[in-house]
Design a protein around this ligand. Structure first.
Ligand SMILES: Nc1ncnc2c1ncn2[C@@H]1O[C@H](COP(=O)(O)OP(=O)(O)OP(=O)(O)O)[C@@H](O)[C@H]1O
Ligand SMILES: [Mg+2]
Length: 348
């Protein structure tokens, strides 16, 4: 018999496994609103389990505040989980032990603040190589610059002499130079204009094919996530509500929140239609300080019922590789829905 509180040890020696997140929780204690008020806790990440293999990309989407970046900080070891385990590599090394070894790298949204303004591009990239000798450092820095499409002359420049797109390429070069197993990309292309975004996404895909590096790709932009990801996890209020192979995001979504998210995405009209079906979610997202007792999406769900309001659904495998956390999976579809309000029956 195993005690429920004892973390299950990760399977040792699973080939190709790069990341294994088990039941990760991150709660933040926040200020009381009044001196005698109750203690408050933000449930930023509330029981997330994801796994990722070599050469694969896991996309994470969801609206602002749903816990994407917090999960990213746990995955890279920048923060410790309140509970749960995060291990990297086939041997299941705890991220706390791997932190700082170069196994996991990260690229964030704002390249200007990620680069030291007093360091040249060559110095910034070379710094990631730790104790490498001068010649090796030169060679590998040059290779990393070439891999992101920058000529060797860029090595002597300072961040302020680069465009935003070039700065982000330098951040990517720095992330890849020491051949990490995993790169976290948190809104890494969000500040770039559309054509640069496309270039950087292409670049990331090419690098992955060449090196087999795994990516966790976080964005609120479902289209960008679908383009680069093999599997996509949709987060809502600190939890994964649906996870599916990327191709199932074109049809086949099962959670009402994912369907709504997908419906707001700009897309080309299907032949023979002259309008886009869109589900407008009304109502504020509930607070991460006091998540609802039943399903966390219930207050905004177009097909909610009493059972949903009182019993929290668990993440269940609907079909192979497709997980959903909903009592009525697949009941809300886009067909025929133009606008629905919570509580009113959806016109499906
Ligand atoms: N250090 C912190 N202290 C207290 N609360 C925090 C902290 N970091 C994040 N939070 C809260 O945790 C929740 C999740 O935040 P997080 O930044 O992970 O969301 P996100 O999905 O990355 O949002 P965005 O799309 O805006 O980047 C939010 O309610 C946020 O206010
Ligand atoms: Mg974020």
């Amino acid at each position: 018999m195993t005690d429920d509180k004892t973390p299950v040890p990760p399977p040792a020696g699973e080939p190709g496994l790069v990341l294994d997140v088990r039941d990760a929780v991150k709660h933040y204690a926040v200020r009381r609103t009044t001196l005698r008020g109750p203690r408050r806790t933000v449930h930023a990440v509330d029981g997330v389990s994801v796994r990722l293999g070599s050469g694969r990309t896991l996309g994470i989407v969801g609206e602002s505040g749903c816990g994407k970046s917090t999960l990213g900080r746990l995955i890279t070891g920048l923060e410790k989980p309140t509970s749960g385990t995060i291990t990297v590599g086939a041997e299941g090394i705890p991220i706390a032990a791997a932190h700082g070894t170069g196994t996991v790298q990260a690229v964030f949204q704002d390249p200007a603040s990620a680069l030291d303004p007093r360091m040249t591009v060559r110095e910034s990239i070379g710094e990631a190589l730790g104790r490498a000798g001068k010649d090796e450092r030169e060679r590998r820095t040059g290779e990393a610059l070439a891999a992101v499409g920058l000529t060797p002359e860029f090595g002597a420049r300072y961040p302020h002499q680069l465009s935003g797109g070039q700065q982000q390429r330098v951040c990517i070069a720095r992330a890849i130079v020491d051949r990490p197993d995993l790169i976290l990309l948190d809104e890494a292309v969000s500040s770039l204009d559309a054509s640069l975004q496309a270039q950087v996404l292409d670049l990331l895909q090419r690098l992955q094919r060449d090196t087999g590096t795994a990516y966790v790709f976080i964005s609120h932009d479902l289209r960008a996530v679908r383009q680069v990801s093999h599997s996509v996890a949709v987060m809502y209020l600190g939890q994964v509500v649906e996870q599916a192979p990327a191709e199932e995001f074109d049809r086949g979504l099962l959670h009402p929140y994912s369907v709504a998210l997908r419906s707001t995405e700009p897309r080309i009209l299907d032949e023979g239609t002259d309008h886009v079906e869109r589900i407008v979610l009304t109502g504020e997202p509930p607070s991460a300080v006091a998540p609802p007792a039943g399903c966390r999406f219930a207050p905004r769900c177009p097909i909610v019922d009493d059972h949903c309001r009182s019993v929290a659904p668990v993440l269940t495998e609907a079909t192979s590789g497709h997980l959903v956390r909903c009592h009525k999976p697949g009941e809300l579809t886009l067909s025929g829905v133009v606008r629905v309000d919570p509580g009113t029956p959806a016109e499906v």
